[in-house]
Design a protein around this ligand. Structure first.
Ligand SMILES: Cc1cc2nc3c(=O)[nH]c(=O)nc-3n(C[C@H](O)[C@H](O)[C@H](O)COP(=O)(O)OP(=O)(O)OC[C@H]3O[C@@H](n4cnc5c(N)ncnc54)[C@H](O)[C@@H]3O)c2cc1C
Ligand code: SF4
Length: 332
């Protein structure tokens, strides 16, 4: 681990200022906010993250889940994953989020991990975490060891010749199906970004995973008012039943009226370089009956254009079955 400067912020303006000042003072050197630390500290010990300045944001007043006047929900960036999963409103109105959070990591990790940190957790690609190996995401221009190497757990959707790393978060998949909005405060002011526009596919710049600028702070995430009568399911398929990342997962939010699907949101995890919403699958489902053939057509649409790598071809069928099964669970 390299030397770094450690500071604590007590409010949002101070944190934003610390980010901005550090950027100027260090001439663009990396600033990292630390929340639960369950991703950042690991990566610092591995020399993958080498920030010059670490700003502790744990004292910021961003640890509440609040109902919004429009009926939606405001989730502070420092709300711990376990608190969010067990929040009564989340369990009742946004249960796909609760299910996704509880499927992730372990109880101890969820007690530390925060909403902001979970959004920004880095890939588990083994080469990204090993600074002796070529990795475009860690060291732009160095090459991608995974394309011809160990890629069993990596992406079949949204990849490029420069990177096929998956976004590993379960929470992000549920937030995508729920059409969350990420609220950001930075040196240039505040902005709100729909989650569908927040994450970037790697293209030729895999080091850039989202639209944040250096020093930007995520303040909270909002969810739209819940759709009445929706059924929500998060289904996660993995190598072992706990303490494991998804090989394929599906977050489903559906409403059924008069035996037909009147609303559908389908998002997938474990298979793509960012949390992957499939509007194609949603289109197939809309106005259709609860028919296994329709579910399969939706799954085929969701995986259309998948590009399997040498070790992860199995993910194409696995992800399809995951979507079909999750739709079956959601519609009873
Ligand atoms: C053994 C293990 C198993 C795991 N299994 C799973 C799993 O199955 N599913 C899953 O989804 N996750 C899993 N995780 C990942 C875990 O969910 C994340 O480590 C956690 O959510 C990160 O949150 P944190 O608050 O600890 O982030 P930190 O480590 O504090 O921060 C992570 C990143 O976010 C940045 N950051 C944090 N907060 C903000 C903010 N408000 N604004 C701007 N930047 C910010 C930090 O600078 C850092 O770059 C696992 C982790 C471990 C160690
Ligand atoms: S897949 Fe991405 S993260 Fe993994 S080695 Fe290639 S460039 Fe690095």
């Amino acid at each position: 681990m390299e030397m770094f400067r450690f500071t604590k912020a007590v409010d949002v303006p101070q944190a934003v200022q610390a980010g901005a000042q550090a950027k100027t003072a260090q001439q663009g050197a990396q600033v990292r906010f630390i929340a639960g630390g369950t991703t950042l500290l690991d990566l610092m010990k591995l020399n993958v993250e080498r920030p010059a300045v670490v700003v502790d944001i744990n004292r910021l007043p961003l640890d509440k889940v609040e109902k919004l006047p429009n009926g939606g929900l405001k989730i502070g960036a420092l709300v711990r994953n376990s608190d969010l999963a067990h929040d009564p409103i989340v369990q009742r109105d946004y249960s796909v989020l609760s299910q996704a959070l509880l499927s992730g990591a372990s109880a101890q990790l969820r007690n530390m991990a925060t909403t902001g940190g979970n959004l920004l957790q880095r890939t588990r690609c083994v080469y990204f975490r090993n600074d002796a190996m070529a990795c475009n995401k860690r060291e732009p221009g160095s090459g991608c060891s995974a394309i011809e190497g160990e890629n069993r757990t990596l992406a079949i959707l949204g990849g490029s010749k420069d990177c096929i790393a998956t976004n590993p978060s379960d929470m992000n998949v549920a937030l995508t199906a729920l059409e969350a909005v990420v609220h950001i405060q930075g040196a240039k002011g505040e902005r709100d970004v729909p989650i569908g526009e927040f994450f970037l596919v790697p293209g030729s710049t895999p080091q850039r995973e989202n639209v944040l600028e250096p020093g930007d702070l995520i303040t909270y995430v909002t969810l739209p008012p819940p759709k009445t009568n929706t059924k929500q399911v998060y289904l996660k398929l993995r190598d072992r039943a706990s303490y494991e990342f998804a090989l394929a997962s599906a977050a489903i939010v559906v409403e059924v009226s008069d035996g037909k699907i009147s609303y559908a949101r389908v998002a997938m995890g474990g298979v793509a370089t960012k949390p992957w919403r499939s509007v194609e699958a949603e289109r197939v489902l809309l106005s259709k009956g609860l028919d296994a053939k329709v579910f399969r057509q939706a799954a085929e649409a969701a995986l259309h254009g998948a590009v399997p790598q040498s070790e992860n071809g199995f993910k194409v069928e696995l992800a399809k079955r995951c979507v079909v099964h999750a739709l079956g669970m959601a519609t009873g």
